[in-house]
Write a protein that binds this ligand. Structure first.
Ligand SMILES: NC(=O)C1=CN([C@@H]2O[C@H](COP(=O)(O)OP(=O)(O)OC[C@H]3O[C@@H](n4cnc5c(N)ncnc54)[C@H](OP(=O)(O)O)[C@@H]3O)[C@@H](O)[C@H]2O)C=CC1
Ligand SMILES: CC(=O)[C@H](N)C(=O)O
Length: 260
């Protein structure tokens, strides 16, 4: 019989790591995916020891088009059935669109969109065949509108939100739950990677645990989309009524990337 597992991309740090810790605490066996082999193995050893769960490590660079298929094959080889997929790997780039290095543009689209779409396709087929499962896609408040100064990032997160919404509806009858989580600002290494100075952000920066809590609640209730904090919820509500240009400018202002 195959072992049931939760597969988490971006598990080496930040939000993905917080998911790994919480689901290990809940007794789920895990597959941890990211590029940083050492961080993944250290986390896996800690969780095996503390939580007595099986933790497999699958080192993978999600910019590679073949990575999702290789991860899927890895699960087959290991005799694992993924009943919960958490797509947390992602990155941003702060700055005007014309200044983004071409390779960074490719990297953002490959990790934030293509890898997520491919993994979701591969594992959702298995989940449908098994009669159920769950997919948590980490989107962002940034996906609710274009953000001047974070243009490509916000576009990739709009992709995540709309794909998730469609799949939530498509897969509901098959017992597969699909959820988009839309955090605002979370304290992780994300901003350093993006070249986004967190000191310039005009909104509170929360702990990764708020994302995990909201995701668990959302999945249990089979929601289509959740916002981790009250401020996130209020901003998402206000965004519906503001003219689009006002939203794009205000989001840039609050993110501290205004005029970059
Ligand atoms: N922090 C925030 O304010 C917010 C973050 N988000 C989203 O949350 C998700 C997690 O971000 P967060 O935890 O904050 O950021 P971190 O930078 O802390 O973590 C990013 C994770 O993605 C992995 N990753 C990046 N590139 C690749 C790659 N090419 N192949 C495989 N894995 C990769 C990293 O692992 P490694 O480097 O080891 O490969 C790391 O585990 C992202 O999708 C982000 O867009 C959404 C809203 C707010
Ligand atoms: C706009 C942001 O950088 C936000 N932290 C996000 O990741 O969506």
């Amino acid at each position: 019989m195959s072992m049931r597992c939760t597969l988490i991309t971006g598990a080496s740090m930040g939000i993905g790591e917080a998911f790994a810790r919480e689901f290990a605490r809940r007794g789920n066996n895990l597959i941890l995916v990211a590029r940083s082999a050492e961080l993944l193995h250290t986390l896996a050893a800690e969780l095996r020891e503390k939580r007595h769960v099986e933790v497999l490590v699958c080192v993978s660079d999600l910019t590679r088009p073949t990575a999702p298929e290789e991860i899927h094959q890895f699960c087959r080889r290991e005799g694992v059935r993924v009943d919960l997929l958490i797509n947390a790997a992602g990155l941003s780039y702060a700055g005007g669109y014309s200044g983004i290095p071409p390779e960074k543009l490719e990297e953002l689209m490959a990790v934030n969109m293509l890898a997520l779409a491919r993994l979701t396709r591969l594992f959702s087929v298995d989940m449908v065949a098994a009669g159920g499962g769950g997919i948590i896609n980490i989107a962002s408040l940034a996906g609710l509108q274009g953000i001047a100064g974070l243009g490509l990032y916000s576009a990739t997160k709009s992709f995540v939100i709309t794909l998730t919404e469609a799949l939530h509806v498509e897969l509901k009858a098959s017992g597969v739950k699909v959820l988009a989580v839309c955090p605002g600002f979370i304290e992780t290494g994300f901003f350093a990677v993006a070249g986004h100075d967190p000191a310039s952000i005009l909104l509170p920066i929360s702990d990764a645990s708020v994302v995990v809590k909201a995701a668990v609640r959302g999945l249990m209730k089979n929601k289509m989309r959740v916002y981790p904090t009250l401020i996130d919820t209020l901003l998402a509500f206000a965004e519906r009524f503001a003219p689009r240009e006002v939203s794009a400018r205000l989001a840039a202002f609050l993110s501290g990337v205004w005029g970059k």
